[in-house]
Design a protein around this ligand. Structure first.
Ligand code: SAM
Length: 81
């Protein structure tokens, strides 16, 4: 089976066609300042979910990691798309 992995910034996903991907696997920032990291000070901009939904095919799978403390906020951001 042929496949491609795209390991890149999640913003915009330039160069990826609409409805072209079968799966999304992502472990985005949790918004808990994990380890004092600046990149974890907030949840990601909800735009990343709009961008992800643009490139995912209907029926595609998404595996999205989060933290127990703030997963509800991530889920609402996803649901709002
Ligand atoms: C929760 S950590 C994931 C850690 C990863 N699972 C690991 O085991 O190394 C979130 C990661 O998202 C990365 N990140 C932050 N902004 C990003 C962006 N715009 N696009 C892609 N990755 C980003 C951070 O650098 C960080 O490594």
């Amino acid at each position: 089976m042929d496949y491609q992995l795209h390991n890149r910034s999640c913003y915009g996903l330039p160069g990826l066609a609409d409805n072209s991907l079968h799966a999304l696997v992502t472990d985005p920032p949790y918004g808990i300042s994990f380890g004092g990291h600046y990149w974890d000070k907030d949840l990601p901009d909800p735009q990343i979910w709009a961008d992800a939904l643009r490139v995912l095919r209907p029926g595609a799978f998404g595996l999205v990691f989060s933290s127990v403390r703030l997963m509800h906020r991530l889920m609402v951001a996803l649901e709002d798309q």
